[in-house]
Design a protein around this ligand. Structure first.
Ligand SMILES: C/C(=C\C(=O)O)CCOP(=O)(O)O
Ligand code: SF4
Length: 389
């Protein structure tokens, strides 16, 4: 990869050790992926924030990157706990201490401590055609596909390096030729809500890291699109998809001939697990939008939850929707911010069987939380939450 004179100097250490390390990460990635140059980015989202996922080795890495401030607006992926109510969440003190240490390091770098996987709902700059360096796979899929911005799926270290330099190597989804669809997906059933997560699970497994082009019988709303993308990135590595007559780049490329047909039966078969012995109903993977929170408020109206019911969303949305939050809390459900059902230590807290309405959570929870999972739709989740058995 060709560096400018000033970038060369950064690589030689003229701007200090931290910038040198950051530039080394970017230059190495650029060389591996044959990037021609570094390009400026509008924003960064850094994953690898939870102590559960990065551990002490992660803290060591972050300590090595201390001493410089980020050069573009930067937000974080969910941390391992609600930063205010972690004790109520049952998070062990030792874990909380380490988690706070991690966030202090990010704060010192001038990173905005909004810990969410839906940064497109919390003011992180992004727009059609803009270059970004985002990490969390569902956020990457959403911003590439639904918005038409351009980002690769960055790892935690490469995202942090991009934030410190304000640039990223020009390869992968930053280039138009890599945004063309590889395979057509035809779905025979009209879908709604978590059906899109079910579809995403099927297609992620089938297509790996290819770019799917969907022909659908129904038109997904934005929340359904985030569920679809999240699930495809969990069972596969899909970072970009197009939907005929809907997503912003859909008409810019030829429709691929190679086609997968998805049947009603296949979608139905994705739902899994029994409704017995559920000890946690967990909603908000990816983090909820205001509309989704309103829907949950309606479903819980005049009802009481009988099981632990945790609802995950960005702190910013919680703060803006005080009345809704109060109504939901009065039903017995807990509103949790800054973290999620996958990266908080649910296994240490002691949950054994978790019910979700998210295709991504259903895929990750067994391995990441050592718990059984039941995957159903939102209404069923609320029914089970309010049911004694
Ligand atoms: C491991 C996860 C997040 C993190 O470490 O910040 C949750 C899954 O994220 P992916 O980006 O889908 O791997
Ligand atoms: S809530 Fe889901 S989408 Fe968001 S970070 Fe956690 S696992 Fe990823």
């Amino acid at each position: 990869m060709q560096l400018t004179k000033s970038e060369e100097k950064t690589l030689d250490g003229e701007k200090g050790e931290v910038c040198q390390k950051a530039m080394e990460i970017l230059a190495t990635l650029g060389d591996i992926y044959n990037a021609d140059k570094l390009i400026e980015i509008q924003s960064v989202q850094v994953a690898g924030v939870s102590y559960k996922t990065i551990g002490d080795a992660g803290i060591e890495f972050l300590n090595d990157m201390k001493g410089e401030k980020v050069r573009v607006p930067t937000q974080l992926n969910p941390a391992g706990m609600d930063l205010e109510h972690w004790e109520k969440q049952g998070v062990p003190k030792k874990f909380a201490k380490k988690q706070k240490q991690i966030l202090e390091i990010f704060k010192e770098m001038n990173i905005n401590i909004k810990c969410t996987c839906t940064p497109y709902l919390t003011g992180l700059p992004h727009g059609y055609g803009q270059h970004l360096a985002w990490s969390e796979s569902s956020a990457v899929s959403y911003v590439n596909s639904v918005i038409g911005a351009r980002t690769n799926r960055e790892g935690g270290p490469s995202a942090l390096a991009a934030a410190l330099i304000g640039k990223t190597p020009n390869y992968g989804y930053h280039l138009k030729e890599n945004r063309k669809p590889d395979i057509t997906i035809k779905v025979e059933k009209e879908l709604q809500n978590s059906d899109y997560g079910a579809l995403g699970r099927i297609i992620g497994r089938e297509v790996g890291n290819q770019v799917p082009y969907y022909i659908l019988k129904s038109k997904p709303n934005k929340d359904e699109l985030k569920g679809l993308g999240a699930a495809m990135a969990a069972t596969g590595a899909v970072a970009l998809y197009h939907i005929e007559n809907q997503t912003p780049e859909n008409s810019q490329f030829k429709k691929p001939k190679n086609t997968i047909n998805v049947t009603k039966k296949q979608i139905e078969n994705e739902y899994q697990g029994s409704k017995e012995n559920i000890d946690l109903v967990a909603l908000g993977c990816p983090h909820l939008s205001p509309n989704q929170l309103k829907t949950i408020e309606k479903l819980l109206k005049n009802r009481q939850t009988k099981k632990e019911t945790w609802i995950f969303l960005p702190r910013e949305i919680k703060n803006k929707m005080q009345n809704t939050v109060q109504n939901i809390t009065e039903s017995g459900a807990k509103i949790i911010t800054d973290t999620c059902m996958v990266v908080s230590p649910l296994e240490e807290i002691g949950f054994k069987k978790i019910m979700v309405d998210s295709g991504k959570a259903a895929t990750y929870i067994p391995s990441m939380c050592n718990a059984e999972v039941t995957y159903s739709n939102l209404k069923e989740c609320i029914e089970v939450a309010c049911n004694e058995n």
